[in-house]
Write a protein that binds this ligand. Sequence first.
Ligand SMILES: Cc1cc2nc3c(=O)[nH]c(=O)nc-3n(C[C@H](O)[C@H](O)[C@H](O)COP(=O)(O)O)c2cc1C
Length: 714
Amino acid sequence: MVGEADLGVEYRPLILDPGDPDDERALVGLRSTPHIEINDLRGLLAAEFGRLNDPPETAEGPADDRWVYYPWRRSVLVLPGPRTFRAIRLDRNRNKLTRAEQDRLRTLTVGVVGQSVGHAIAYTLAQEGACGALRLADFDELELSNLNRVPATLFDIGVNKAIVTARRIAELDPYLTVEVRGGGLDPDTVDDFVDGLGIVVEECDSLDIKLLVRESARRRKLPLIMETSDRGLLDVERFDLEPGRQPFHGLLGDIAATQLRGLSTRDKAPYVVGLLGARDLSARMAGSLVEVGETLNSWPQLGGDVVLGAASVATAVRRIGLGRPLRSGRTRLDIEQALDALADPDLDLDEPAADTETGTAPTAPLDLILDCAQRAPSGGNIQPWSLHTTEQEIRITLDPQYTTAMDTGYRGSAVAVGAALYNARVAAAAHDRLGPHEFIESPDAPLTAALRLGTGTDPELAADYPYALARETNRRIGHGGRIPEPVLSGLAAAAGTENAQLRAATSPAALRAMAEVLADSDQVRYLTPQLHREMFAEMRWPGDDLSDGIDTRSLELAPDERAAMQIARRADVMAQLHSWSAGSALGDYARDRVGSSSAVIAVTFRREPGVQGGGLAGYARAGAAVGRVWLQAQRSGLAVQPMSPVFLFSQTRTELDALSPAYADRLSTLQSRFLEILEVPEQESVALVLRLSYAAAASVRSMRRPVPGGELRG
Ligand SMILES: Cc1cc2nc3c(=O)[nH]c(=O)nc-3n(C[C@H](O)[C@H](O)[C@H](O)COP(=O)(O)O)c2cc1C
């Protein structure tokens, strides 16, 4: 048996290249041999390769096809070359293992000593492509009583266990290098076995070989992993990182292999108990150990435990192979314990949140004006202002504590303050308390909007009052449809009344281009840690206080979008996508919404000469125009959703760098594209972008913090 293994015919398939004259002769011989079956898989595999998303460049053609002869099966398979073959076989590893990671693991050679648990481990490593070569050792032959846990078959009985494993792996992947040491290991052969390995997996029964393998691994500074199929016990000994570490974590003290050789079951007992820990063994295993030599032939192992062991060893091998942290020590993956802990899963997101709009509606004019100001829109509904009143004046002061990275230089907050002032003016006009207003920038406060309370009115402003109270962000998917020209010019006129301009994308081509820009920008927002953190800090989930932030129900998520959002919420997943340069689906929410819209408009304003990007007062004045345009749009039956690209309030490259260091270049390109699509002239800045569509009313109304009461009135 050993001799045959060394010849290679017993476990290694013959890989024949018809382009090679010797191989061609061997093939002709095989073809003329009776009872040799030939199965050409090339057609099926080519079709499968054709179905791969993002297939790799293999640089292989028909000349790389191989005829693979399996002597023990008396069969030939015709396969594409190794790169094509592996690309298909390991495709579904992605991206638990990316292609780059698979390539890195292919440089790894793993040795597996002992082929009961070792069979499952070696096979799992081969399945996963977690190594590029395997070296297997076992001296024993397979028996029927091994088949409760060794995933072999009746056809393998009487065959060396290492050969059984090697054959099975060859039938999975003939291109994977597998070496067999069918004689098992002893003091003379152990070093030869361990030489050249990257990781040693030790799964044999003899205590002395266990120790010899560890000593050899330690001398060569190789990591060693062992799984013991009881309560998922996994041991990791990083001799590569700690060459002075004692074998078995020091559990057996300073013992020599010779002391462990040829022990009777009784003499072995103290060492086995010392290794496994009397207290930690499962009761079944501990009881069975008592019975070994009496009513039991050997200690028991179950097929499921062995499969679990293979999974945990493969995970540890991947960690080491990919240079991820894995320290020495012992752990357990105890399924029985996990089953005892069965519980209902957390219910996420799907529960409707309770509405919290309570309290009595105000009636006094001043309260009504404040209430209307507070109902103004703001990025993330953060309401970045504080309201102060006297009998003569309302002050809306920009409060820097609410700012975020996207709110560069408080510009987005200034837009919100401007919109709040517009609402205050509308309510004041409706209640005959309208007076003049102004925006003040000062060293103490970046921006304050002041409205004098007089006795005047303005019928146009007053007519906006019911619309200001009913205004909403509507994030529903639209039905498409063109916006009539008079409606668009009505919106432009509303902007003009507040000294702002309107720039619009309405053609299908412009909307498609805008959808891509906004989708790309959203992707950057998800993939940039600070922007991601701030976005989700604004979200309010079931059970949260809804007096500020965005109630997730108002996102109008379809079930698939809700599922995607649960994933997108996770910073670790975003970091993963960033590392793969992936995640274009993160833009789908914006892409689908803009794609369903009838227009995307920008409210812009002319920068004051000498003021970079317009001062905050410029943004606030344009914010008032945003308020006016929004109400005009709703009056015309349109649904309105601001869509803020992350670069909206950035004016310089330095600001883009601060916003997203990793994606500043991309943002710069997107910003140019965005301004180009909307044809925004050089001297104008954008205050806000709104998508307009035809859709049913929003499903929930956003809430606000309580309006300050009498205590704030001076
Ligand atoms: C400066 C600014 C930026 C905004 N950006 C977005 C945005 O990118 N996406 C969005 O869905 N809503 C955006 N909004 C809308 C706010 O989220 C919304 O006004 C706030 O949640 C209150 O809800 P309401 O408008 O229904 O009252 C923005 C609003 C402002 C004033």
